[in-house]
Design a protein around this ligand. Structure first.
Ligand code: ZN
Length: 363
C-alpha cells in the first residue's frame, strides 16, 4: 500500500479510472482469499472514527497528492513573488481566459471553463472530484471570490471592480452574513465607501439573489472553509487533506448511526460513535465474515448484535444491576443506571458533585 501511494505521489498527471478499479480488485482478492467478499470495500474503507476499519483509500491518496496545489489557488490574490508557479499559472490562464482568476477555479468546479493548458485543466478536474466527494459547494464557502469568478456573471461576463478591490473587498463572506446580503448603509459603513458604489452593489445583490431563490445558503459553510484553509496553510498538507477527503466521504455508516441514535433515544457525538464501533467481534459480525459460525448470542441464544451483547442481553442486565448496587452502597447515592451512562460515559442526571461524577465514570 505504501509503495502504491508513493508511486502515485510521483505521477503528477491523470491516472486512468480503470487503474483504481484494478487495485481495488487486487485488494479485495487479498483480503478475502479469492472468495466472495462479505463486507463491501466501501464499508471497510470508512475511517475508524466513523465506525469502519480504516483500510487505506488509494483514490483518496491520489486526490490528496494532486489536490494540494489547486486547493492553494483559492488564496492567490496576485501577491505572489515573480517566478512563482502560482503567478505563472495565473498568467497562462489570463492568456486563454481573460476574465477568470486562478483563485476562482477552485470554487467554480461545475462551470465549464475550457482551459487548454493540460496542467491547469488536470488540477481543475482534481479540485472538482474532491469537492464532489466531500459534498462541497463553492458558492457556500465564505472565501469564494467575487471577482473574475465564473460563478458570478452579468451578461455572460464575470465581475471585476478595481475600486472594491482597493478597499480589500474580495470574497463572498465579506458581503453576505447569515445567508443575507448586508444592507447598503451597513455595507457602506464597514468598508468606508461612498454612495457612488450603489449601482454596483445592486448588481451583485441581484446576482446573489438568484442563488438564494434556488435555496442555496450563500457563504454558510464556515466550518469546511476554515478546515481547508487550515490544511492548506500549514504543514503536512497531503496527509491532512487525505484525512479530510477520507472522513468527509465516508457517509456509508450514517444510516447505522441513525438507527443507534433511535434505539438509544440520544444523539451521538463522533467520539461516542467511535467508541461504540471500535472493532468488537460480535457473533453477528463473525457470522457475516464466515457463514458457518452462528450469529446468536453466546449467553442467551438471541441475535448477537453489539447492542445486545453490551446492554440488552439478560445476563448483561444482571451484571449492570450488580454494578448499580455496588455503586449505590459505596457512594451512598441513589444511582439509576441507563445505557447512555454505561455505554457512552455520559453524565448522570441529578449528581452534582464533580468528584462523584468522576468516580462514577471511572466505575
Ligand atoms: Zn444474550
Amino acid at each position: 500500500m505504501a509503495l502504491i501511494s508513493f508511486l502515485l505521489s510521483l505521477i503528477p498527471l491523470k491516472v486512468p479510472e480503470y487503474w483504481f478499479k484494478e487495485i481495488k480488485k487486487l485488494l479485495t482478492q487479498f483480503l478475502w482469499g479469492n472468495k466472495k467478499p462479505r463486507i463491501s470495500s466501501d464499508k471497510l474503507k470508512v475511517c475508524r472514527k466513523k465506525g469502519g476499519l480504516g483500510i487505506p483509500d488509494i483514490h483518496a491518496y491520489y486526490l490528496a497528492f494532486n489536490g494540494k496545489y489547486p486547493m492553494l489557488w483559492a488564496y492567490y490574490h496576485g501577491q505572489c513573488e515573480v517566478g512563482s508557479l502560482l503567478r505563472l499559472e495565473q498568467k497562462i490562464l489570463h492568456e486563454c481566459k481573460k476574465e477568470t482568476s486562478l483563485s476562482s477555479l477552485r470554487y467554480c468546479t461545475d462551470v465549464k471553463t475550457n482551459i487548454k493548458d493540460p496542467i491547469i485543466s488536470f488540477s481543475c478536474k482534481i479540485a472538482k472530484t474532491i469537492q464532489k466527494k466531500c459534498s462541497i459547494n463553492g458558492i457556500m464557502l465564505p472565501s469564494c471570490p467575487l471577482w473574475e469568478n465564473p460563478l458570478l456573471t452579468a451578461g455572460g461576463k464575470t465581475l471585476s471592480n478595481e475600486t472594491w478591490k482597493n478597499y480589500n473587498i474580495r470574497n463572498l463572506g465579506q458581503i453576505v452574513k447569515q445567508n443575507k446580503i448586508i444592507l447598503f448603509p451597513v455595507f457602506k459603513n464597514i468598508f468606508a465607501l461612498n454612495d457612488t458604489v450603489f449601482l454596483q452593489y445592486l448588481q451583485i445583490k441581484s446576482i446573489l439573489k438568484e442563488y438564494v431563490t434556488k435555496g442555496i445558503s450563500l457563504a454558510s459553510d464556515v466550518e469546511t472553509d476554515n478546515k481547508l484553509k487550515e490544511i492548506i496553510k500549514n504543514q503536512g498538507t497531503v496527509s491532512k487533506l487525505y484525512r479530510f477527503i477520507h472522513t468527509s466521504s465516508c457517509n456509508i455508516l450514517d444510516k447505522t448511526k441513525a438507527q443507534w441514535e433511535q434505539d438509544l433515544g440520544k444523539n451521538l457525538t463522533t467520539e461516542q460513535w467511535g467508541t461504540i464501533m471500535q472493532p468488537c467481534i460480535t457473533p453477528q459480525r463473525l457470522h457475516k465474515m464466515n457463514p458457518d459460525t452462528s450469529d446468536l448470542c453466546w449467553h442467551c441464544g438471541e441475535r448477537g448484535s453489539l447492542i445486545h451483547l453490551l446492554w440488552q442481553c439478560p445476563q448483561m442486565k444482571q451484571l449492570w444491576a450488580g454494578v448499580q448496587n455496588i455503586l449505590c452502597s459505596i457512594l451512598s447515592v441513589d444511582v439509576s443506571i441507563c445505557s447512555e451512562v454505561c455505554l457512552l460515559g455520559l453524565k448522570l442526571d441529578g449528581v452534582e458533585s464533580k468528584v462523584l461524577q468522576h468516580l462514577l465514570s471511572l466505575a
